[in-house]
Ligand binder design. Structure first.
Ligand code: AMP
Length: 215
């Protein structure tokens, strides 16, 4: 099942991707996670990506397309994947379509998590992530039971460097300018499924699962 989770920063793509990846036994492939790993490792690619990430801007298309090309060639992606945070603009979507048509494995469906813009700031400023297992909490909306520690594995929770108000405003702006046009792009391909990204995490997973089961 070759899918994309589309939505603004803070719409829940990461949270949903983790659960769906387990349920369908396909990897969640997040360009944000791959880039953060490269930055933490201090690789050349990470050095190139860091300033754009710190500013909440997009990293160059060449870098992220290369990351995706490499990652989807891994064995664990043979039966499909959930792309999270990629594509983020029309040129990336076109490059993905070309890459997948060369493999004769076109994208099967795109799920848009629709969340009111006003809600995203609160979600992003409150977001905390587990250092060990990647589980995502929110100090306002879905706090962990023990402050600062993950419910699942007790790992320490941290706040992403780009989850501060100024960078968030830039990221939301970039989403509106560059990523939102993908809604029409995938509508025109008859691949877009839109679901409300508000409500309980479980209800949203069920709604996405119902779509995944039909594609
Ligand atoms: P995310 O974890 O998806 O919110 O991504 C964090 C940051 O990584 C973004 O603000 C961008 O700077 C960068 N990034 C992630 N995915 C992409 C992409 N597909 N294209 C360009 N930059 C990206």
């Amino acid at each position: 099942m070759r899918t994309v989770l589309l939505g603004a920063p803070g719409s829940g793509k990461g949270t949903q991707g983790v659960g769906l990846s387990q349920k369908y036994n396909i990897p969640q492939i997040s360009t944000g996670d791959l880039l953060r790993a490269a930055v933490n490792a201090g690789s050349e690619l990470g050095k190139k990506a860091k300033s754009a990430m710190d500013a909440g801007a997009l990293v160059s298309d060449d870098i992220v397309i290369g990351l995706i090309r490499e990652r989807i060639s891994h064995d664990d992606a043979k039966n499909g994947y959930i792309l999270d945070g990629f594509p983020r603009n029309i040129p990336q979507a076109e490059a993905l379509d070309i890459m997948l048509s060369e493999l004769n494995q076109p994208l099967q469906g795109v799920v848009l998590l629709d969340v009111a813009f006003e809600e995203l700031m609160q979600r992003l400023t409150g977001r905390r992530t587990c250092k060990d297992c990647g589980a995502i909490y929110n100090i306002h909306l879905s706090p962990s039971k023990v402050d600062g520690h993950c419910d699942a594995c007790s790992g320490e929770l941290f706040q992403r460097a780009d989850d501060n108000e100024e960078t968030i405003a830039n990221r939301l702006n970039v989403y509106q300018q560059q990523t939102a046009p993908l809604v029409e792009y995938y509508q025109n391909q008859n691949k877009l499924h839109t679901i409300p990204g508000t409500g309980s995490i479980d209800d949203i997973s069920t709604a996405i699962g119902a779509i995944f089961d039909t594609i």
